[in-house]
Design a protein around this ligand. Structure first.
Ligand code: WT7
Length: 656
């Protein structure tokens, strides 16, 4: 692979280099050197440049209580002030902040002034209900101006938001509400996706009825479709009624830099999802900085990140980064395939999008659609406004990269393949479009100031060309601060003692022998990545075995999938004789729906196989490597001599 990498380099064009915030590799190297010379001073310089502080900080990094690092600790700020007010004070109040396109195609433009007014009304509404600094607010809403404004409103009053993706089930929502101890839930009557109306408020009702959510005093409901809804007196309020009486100005609550801006739940290899806690100052700095450098965002750009605000990508590259820079961005309610698979391309054309950021899964499914239907092929649209493309969430295979580059970018737009995680807050390893020569399938080099490295199990560097464990050696401002309510788990998950105090990302990686470029080789724990969504195998197993009527035992593994990257494959032992034929199909469908209800549709196994037992060693350990081979349909090459019950391998190879 190493020799090809050099021969496949795509150098940035003169147009990409010219006027770029980071122009050319020498400029990149100067930043890397500056950070290396004095890590804390480098970040302090940028924190002063990118953030308007109420009270300036005097110390950049406090590492006295590692790995509980603190950044800019004695500084105070407000995230929503930085995203809204300061641009208005600078005379940009009438500039469009959000170009919202609804599922059905209606477009609304919201200026900075208007977004601030909306944010303040919601903030005042929350305050009128007694919500205050340090309280948690869960937001369960689809892509909308009010979704962004609700997050900004929480930030404005110092409440910590926790957005739950609108595709999660009542049970998952309940678990997150309980874990955060939220005092309020912000939702909408319904969400609209692909022409369908889907419930939101009804799921909140269901979640609260499951119990354990006594902390919730109010549910605020944004009217989206006008659906008839039961409202619980004394608890539920319509957002438009609450905000109608509120002033459209609200003094920001100045918080300490370390004040938790948000919690966002993500899957780990064990147990329940973890509430990743992010700070205000360090997080906002990196969201803004990476938006500027990785996307080379300029004042007149039209930026479009297709992620949902329910994921970290939507936090950093919709709600916070672009707004902190005073940019203009597209916010899209719908799905890429409605009314047809040309939707993204039509929107790029209509809104003259200049920077487009999406996930490999979307690209792969749109490639398939374009190959099958000339009418939705990108060549039918005018995509000449584009200048930079981005990819996020999972590895992008070189074939999809080349297609994206040629068909969407017209061969002229650099692709930034951004590697990062919920825990990292922003980009960690990524090209900079006016500097880094690109290699399809590689996220190239660390962002300046990010000390990414590849080590062995004892934390020693491995030479380039040899794979290992991806770590980050030094703390960085936007890093996870803790797991909400479980600091021990934070330490155990991310700072295992054998790794010399390095942050453990949970991914394997390799650096090219010639270029030193990073390629991510995939998770080294039991975490799957399905369509760019992270899912723990244990979580899905727990959901399956919670179907106590049917399921005795379950094991879940991932297998490669052409469209979704990885697909979920579940091996199940029932409490009744192993089903075959139609019966097996019927039970598999039932279990799929069960998992959908327990976690959410995104966790439904693509493949369910039944066996009289699972392959186990004599000591009773499930042989997962074997299951992974079976799921892939590979011939079994592993040693099965320790296997207690070899006969079941054939059973488990049968698909339903
Ligand atoms: C995991 C993090 C990044 C925000 C959205 C997902 C995988 C992410 C890339 C990439 C290869 C990638 C990793 C990582 N991943 N970006 N560019 N190339 N793999 O955040 O849900 O926290 O998932 O996604 O495995 O650990 P997340």
């Amino acid at each position: 692979m190493s020799e090809n990498q050099e021969s496949k380099l795509y150098e940035p064009s003169a147009a990409a280099r010219e006027g770029a915030h980071v122009s050319g590799m020498a400029a990149y190297q100067r930043l890397v050197d500056e950070a290396e010379a004095d890590h804390a001073a480098y970040w302090a310089r940028l924190a002063r440049e990118f953030i308007t502080w109420k009270q300036p900080f005097t110390q950049a990094l406090d590492d006295a209580n590692a790995p509980f690092f603190k950044w800019f600790q004695d500084g105070t700020l407000n995230a929503s002030y930085n995203c809204l007010d300061r641009h208005i004070e600078a005379g940009k109040g009438d500039k469009t902040a959000l170009i919202f396109e609804a599922d059905g195609g209606e477009v609304t433009r919201t200026s900075y002034k208007e977004l601030l007014a909306r944010t303040c009304r919601i903030a005042n509404g929350l305050k009128s209900l007694g919500v205050k600094k340090g309280d948690r607010v869960v937001i369960y809403i689809s892509m909308s101006v009010d979704g962004v404004a609700a997050m900004q409103a929480c930030a404005r009053i110092g409440a910590t938001h926790s957005v739950v993706f609108g595709g999660f089930s009542a049970q998952s929502l309940r678990d997150r509400i309980e874990d955060t101890g939220a005092v309020a839930v912000i939702t909408a009557d319904q969400q609209v996706r692909g022409g369908k109306h889907l419930p939101l408020k009804a799921i909140v009702d269901e979640a609260l009825a499951l119990g354990g959510c006594d902390s919730v005093k109010n549910v605020l409901v944004v009217r989206r479709t006008g659906a008839e809804l039961p409202m619980t007196a004394g608890r539920d309020l319509w957002m438009h009624e609450l905000t109608a009486q509120q002033a459209d100005a609200c003094e920001p609550e100045w918080v300490e830099a370390e004040h938790p801006l948000f919690l966002l739940y993500t899957s780990g290899s064990t147990g329940k999802p973890k509430g990743v806690q992010h700070s205000t100052g360090g997080y906002l700095l990196h969201a803004a900085l990476t938006t500027k450098w990785t996307f080379d965002l300029k004042d007149d750009d039209i930026f479009w990140c297709t992620a949902d605000i329910g994921w970290v990508t939507g936090h950093s590259y919709i709600t916070y980064g672009p707004l902190a820079l005073g940019g203009t961005e597209v916010v899209f309610e719908g799905v890429p395939t409605y009314p047809d698979a040309g939707r993204f391309w039509k929107m790029i054309q209509d809104h003259k999008v200049t920077i487009f950021y999406t996930a490999p899964t979307a690209i792969r499914s749109l490639i398939k659609a374009a190959e099958g239907n000339e009418a939705v092929h990108p060549r039918r649209y005018d995509l000449s406004s584009l200048r930079i493309l981005g990819s996020v969430g999972e590895p992008i295979n070189p074939a999809a990269w080349e297609w994206y580059h040629a068909n969407i970018g017209g061969g002229r737009c650099p692709i930034v393949d951004t590697f990062w995680q919920t825990e990292t807050g922003g980009h960690m390893i990524t090209p900079l479009p006016g500097a880094t020569p690109l290699v399809p399938g590689s996220c190239t080099l660390p962002f300046p100031g990010i000390t990414a490295a590849i080590v062995d199990e004892t934390g020693n560097d491995v030479p380039n060309g040899q794979g290992g464990i991806l770590v980050v050696k030094k703390p960085w401002p936007s890093m996870i601060r803790t797991i909400w309510g479980d600091p021990e788990r934070f330490k155990k998950s991310y700072y295992p003692p054998e790794l010399k105090g390095y942050y453990l990302a949970g991914d394997g990686a390799i650096r090219d022998a010639h270029t030193g470029y990073f390629t991510i080789t995939g998770r080294i724990d039991d975490v799957l990545n399905v369509s760019g969504h992270r899912m723990g195998t244990m979580e899905i197993e727990s959901a399956l075995v919670s179907c106590t009527e049917l399921v005795a035992e379950a094991a879940v593994v991932g297998r490669p999938d052409d469209t979704t990257g990885e697909a979920i494959c579940a091996f199940v032992v029932l409490k009744r004789p192993r089903p075959t034929g139609e019966e097996a199909k019927k039970i598999a469908a039932e279990l799929r729906n069960w998992v959908g209800r327990e976690i959410g549709p995104i966790a439904k196994p693509k493949d369910i196989r039944f066996g009289d037992n699972l392959p186990k060693t004599r000591s009773g350990k499930i042989m997962r490597r074997l299951l992974r081979s079976i799921a892939k349909g590979e011939a079994i090459t592993q040693d099965t001599s320790t296997l207690e019950n070899p006969a079941i391998l054939d059973q488990l190879s049968e698909t339903n």
